[in-house]
Design a protein around this ligand. Structure first.
Ligand code: MRU
Length: 324
């Protein structure tokens, strides 16, 4: 099931807000539609919003043919639709650097992601035991990447290689990406899985012999500090307490080589209505948190698994040759 695609005079997408109740496909025909789909999480997941944003810029090029300033302004609006996942800015910039071939470049980004996800999955297989429980947070499957998935793709690759994994899935408050999307994708892939509330992650580690934790990422700094869905930081702390390996699975496009540490990562704060019950409750609703690099056992990338010290491994990744 493709989560985004180019559709002639529009960008097609699977409306993730309707899953798993309904499979709803929509078309973004304008820059407003593209920005709205990203901002409302109809399209979400760092690589998927990068690909969707890239197709959005290709659409803007079509809509503003012959008017470069209007086209560039439209591209900047798409680039700013959400602040934390660096894949969006990265993909928009790539398409902007391909004047006259915007659609081809967007398609190349999409194809590369498929290849990258496959390599990430392969790199992860050896990290898992032959049989055992694992845990994840948020959603990192095909819906979120446009390929096989990152963290979820690691579990699926190990499952296909004959490993018997059972995945505990954090529901992922407040928008329930784990409960709605990850459970759906794991069932589709035939992986045994169990849903837990976010606050059950620590007792699951304590009582269910969790052997590894793998999550995705939205932006990774040069020192390994990693922004991912709110709640990830707490999972990493609990994993360290229990001595459980905690991995981030992410493509190179999620590394922000321009920032030294997680302090510089912009954290999106979303509407209070996503959280509050009573109408007037004051709310703090950060959509992401930053896990310090020292809590991360390794980064599973298309180049293999990066080990600490990340202050060396991440800058080294920047200079690796492109794989595609
Ligand atoms: O707000 P979301 O649902 O877009 O947040 C998504 C995440 O935090 C994912 O873990 C991350 O983007 C990786 S997707 C492969």
């Amino acid at each position: 099931m493709d989560s985004v695609w180019y559709d002639g005079d529009a960008v097609g997408y699977l409306d993730q807000r309707a899953l798993p109740r309904e499979v709803v496909r929509k078309r973004a025909r304008s820059v407003d539609d593209v920005v709205d789909a990203i901002a409302t999480l109809a399209v979400r997941g760092a690589p998927a919003i990068g690909i969707f944003g890239a197709y959005g810029v290709a659409l803007a090029a079509q809509l503003h043919a012959g008017d470069r300033p209007a086209f560039e302004a439209a591209a900047q609006r798409i680039r700013g639709a959400r602040p934390t996942a660096v894949n969006l800015a990265w993909a928009v910039d790539r398409v902007l650097q391909s004047p006259g071939a915007e659609r081809e470049e967007a398609q190349r980004i999409h194809e590369e992601q498929r290849d990258v996800d496959r390599r990430i999955g392969e790199a992860a297989i050896e990290l898992f035991p032959a049989i055992g429980n694992v845990l994840t947070h948020c959603n990192t499957g095909p819906i979120a990447t446009g390929g096989d998935g990152t963290a979820l793709g690691c579990f699926v690759a190990a499952h296909r290689a004959g490993k018997k994994l059972h995945v505990f899935v954090d529901e992922t408050r407040p928008l329930l990406q784990g409960a709605r999307l990850t459970m759906f994708e794991l069932r589709e892939a035939g992986l045994p899985c169990t849903l837990i509330v976010d606050s059950a992650a620590a007792i699951t580690m304590q009582r269910k012999d969790v052997r590894a934790i793998v999550v995705g990422a939205d932006r990774i700094a040069r020192n390994g500090d990693t922004a991912n869905k709110i709640g990830t930081y707490g999972v990493a702390i609990a994993a360290a307490h229990h001595g459980i390996p905690f991995y981030i699975a992410a493509p190179r496009s999620t590394f922000d080589f321009a920032i030294e540490s997680g302090d510089a990562i912009p954290i999106e704060e979303r509407n209070a209505d996503e959280v509050r019950i009573a109408a007037d409750d004051p709310v703090y609703n950060p959509a992401f948190d930053v896990t310090p690099g020292r809590l991360i056992t390794g980064f599973i990338t298309e180049y293999g698994v990066l080990a600490p010290p990340y202050a060396d491994a991440v800058p080294d990744l920047e200079h690796r040759p492109c794989l595609a």
